[in-house]
Ligand binder design. Structure first.
Ligand code: C2E
Ligand code: MG
Ligand code: MG
Length: 604
């Protein structure tokens, strides 16, 4: 009866095994059963005592082994053959040989029996082995927790598999975006470097689409990060569906994506795919009952036509994307020489904007709001402009999104509110009858805890009657952190200031907030006013908004009225007030005074 008395390798844990000739067993007992019924072997027990127990009990199939803290770590069984093991992480290295023989090999002397779940897979085994310490990596005896001796896990194979997996995992982590599963900046970089070489060889072109989600910060801030994540995933899904199979759709950062189109022959394909991307975003995204439309702005640049340096090419696609943003977002622009000069990356813009506030480069323009029936002036909307030292008068669509994305909207919005109040006060001091003043408030600004306090202080400072002030909010402001927002809304209402929902109908389709919040007015977005007399869908939407306002006893105004027929149509629907080029474009403080005077004269 052979007894293994090989001393364990010096740095291996103390472990002794006893093996005997075959003793058939009817049914393999479970480890738990064994632990309950049998006195377990301790890892420090002498093998001789174990042998004695096996000899004394022919029915004894195996003995549980426990460590110093009574944790089961192994089974010692009486069989002496290694079985074939079919799972991929083991390899029958030694054929049907005696375990004793096996143990003669030095590398197996460190062998640590491992108890695993019956259904255990390679990852679990790997984890167990890793947890047990790297010295156990050599080989482990696998024993299932249902008492089955599974075989010998070959540590080398395991190590190899684990390493390969880890490498694959690390590669994945390093090259793919964890949120969306698409290539990240790193992998894109690799492919970008490779693309021109391939293109040269094949005589083809390379195109880059630079894609940025419009108002993404706004979505994130107003609906929360998980909603933001869901939007990004959806965007990626649509990008993938729009791109060709061979294109690389990568996430550059945050809400910026790139489609790398290698092996391109016809530059027209770039426009085609870019348009497809823009169109693919039309479908609303359903977010736990809210549906929202996330549009994108897309810019493109082509190698070698637009640039032969691939990194500069990316910058040019980015600049073209900014051009698309500047033209009102939700669109596509190709790079054209000079684009970068006039539309520098947002960082430059952001720095400029930061200084603009300090250098007093901002200006307020005013656009009248009139009663449609009487043409009487009912209000004025304050609209910010930026008088850039080089670029001239910059419209808000070009910098408000950047201000929103960088947080600069807070100081900017505070400036606007002060300036609007200062202007009203000055008009009043000049004895001009002033109508209500409407001020746009961005989500981020509105959600500053101190906003109601700030408003109150400014009302007092400029001695403005609160009933003259109307804040224009967008629908999305009211959609998140409803309780906090409700509190702010109530604080503002308590001051006597009124609230309007700007761009009504373009944001979220959930209307339930209208009942919850004490809103005073809905403002029909100019998109629905455009060609209202020739576009039935615009007519129905405008009609529905007017009806909604009327049934909720809310005031109503339509913006963007450019023609007499748009005005008549809205008036006939029951819309009482309007704003638009038909009456006046946004005017400087001086011009609006002149307009007031002549309008009042003409209307008298
Ligand atoms: P909004 O609040 O919906 O402002 C109405 C926009 O429609 C203004 O553009 C106005 O010039 C334009 N508009 C007015 N009548 C017509 C018309 O008949 N036809 C057409 N096509 N457009 C018309 P603007 O001044 O470029 O402002 C664009 C947006 O920028 C504003 O949309 C608002 O969302 C934002 N904005 C402007 N000023 C501020 C501000 O002080 N603070 C914040 N947070 N946002 C502002
Ligand atoms: Mg507005
Ligand atoms: Mg509007």
């Amino acid at each position: 009866m052979p007894v293994n008395t090989n001393p364990p390798a010096s740095d291996a844990p103390q472990r002794q095994f006893v093996f005997m000739n075959e003793g058939r067993l009817q049914e393999a007992p479970t480890v738990r059963h064994l632990l309950r019924c049998l006195e377990p072997v301790k890892t420090v027990d002498f093998c001789e005592s174990i042998l004695v127990r096996f000899l004394g009990d022919g029915a004894l199939y195996a003995l549980p082994v426990i460590d110093a803290s009574a944790k089961p770590v192994a089974l010692v069984d009486r069989r002496h053959y290694i079985e074939f093991f079919s799972k991929p992480y083991t390899r029958e290295l030694f054929g049907r040989r005696s375990i004793l023989e096996l143990l003669d090999y030095e590398e197996y002397q460190n062998s640590a029996p491992i108890i695993v779940e019956d259904s255990c897979g390679v990852d679990d085994v790997a984890q167990i082995i890793i947890d047990a310490g790297m010295q156990h990596m050599v080989t482990g005896f696998l024993v299932s927790n249902r008492g089955r001796y599974l075989g010998v896990a070959n540590g080398h194979d395991l190590l190899k598999i684990i390493t390969e997996r880890k490498q694959a995992e690390l590669y994945y982590l390093a090259h793919y975006d964890s949120l969306t599963g698409i290539p990240n900046r790193m992998l894109l970089g690799d492919r970008l470097n490779q693309a021109p070489r391939d293109a040269e060889r094949r005589g083809s072109l390379v195109a880059l689409l630079f894609i940025d989600v419009d108002r993404f910060k706004h979505i994130n801030d107003s609906l929360g990060h998980s909603a933001g994540d869901a939007v990004l995933r959806k965007v990626v899904e649509r990008l993938n569906a729009s791109a060709r199979r061979a294109d690389t759709v990568a996430r550059l950062a945050g809400d910026e994506f790139v489609v790398l189109m290698a092996d391109l022959t016809d530059p027209a394909d770039v426009d085609l795919i870019a348009q497809r991307v823009v169109h693919s975003m039309r479908e609303p995204i359903d977010l736990l009952g809210h549906s929202l439309v996330a549009t994108v702005s897309v810019g493109s640049a082509i190698y070698p036509g637009d640039d032969t340096r691939i990194s500069a090419l990316l910058g040019k696609a980015d600049a073209a994307m900014y051009e698309a943003k500047a033209r009102g977002r939700n669109g596509y622009r190709k790079y054209a020489p000079g684009t970068a000069k006039y539309n520098p990356a947002s960082v430059i813009m952001e720095n400029d904007l930061r200084q603009a506030i300090e250098r007093d480069e901002l200006e307020l323009y005013f656009q009248p709001q009139v009663e449609l029936a009487s043409q009487e002036i009912r209000g004025i909307e304050a609209l910010v402009r930026w008088r850039h030292p080089e670029r001239g008068l910059v419209p808000p669509m070009q910098f408000v999104p950047i201000a929103e994305e960088s947080g600069l909207i807070v100081p900017l919005g505070e400036w606007v509110l002060r300036q609007a109040f200062r202007q009203v006060k000055s008009w009043q001091e000049q004895g001009m009858p002033t109508p209500r003043i409407a001020v746009n408030i961005s989500a981020l600004q509105f959600r500053q805890r101190s906003f109601p306090e700030f408003l109150k202080a400014r009302l007092a400072e400029y001695e403005i009657e609160p009933r003259l002030v109307e804040l224009e909010l967008t629908e999305s402001v009211l959609m998140q952190n409803v309780d906090d927002v409700l509190q702010t809304v109530e604080d503002i209402k308590a001051l006597g200031v009124s609230l309007a929902i700007d761009d009504f109908g373009t944001g979220f389709s959930s209307l339930s907030y209208l009942r919850r919040f004490p809103i005073d007015r809905l403002k029909i977005d100019k998109a629905f006013v455009r060609d209202i007399e020739r576009t039935p869908v615009n007519e129905s939407i405008s009609r529905a908004i007017v009806a909604l306002a009327s049934s909720l006893s809310l005031d109503i105004i339509a913006e963007g009225i450019e023609t007499q027929s748009e005005k008549s149509m809205l008036e006939q629907m029951g819309c009482t007030e309007g704003q638009g080029y038909l009456f006046a474009k946004p005017l400087s403080a001086d011009d609006i005074v002149a307009w007031f005077t002549s309008h009042r004269k003409n209307n008298a």
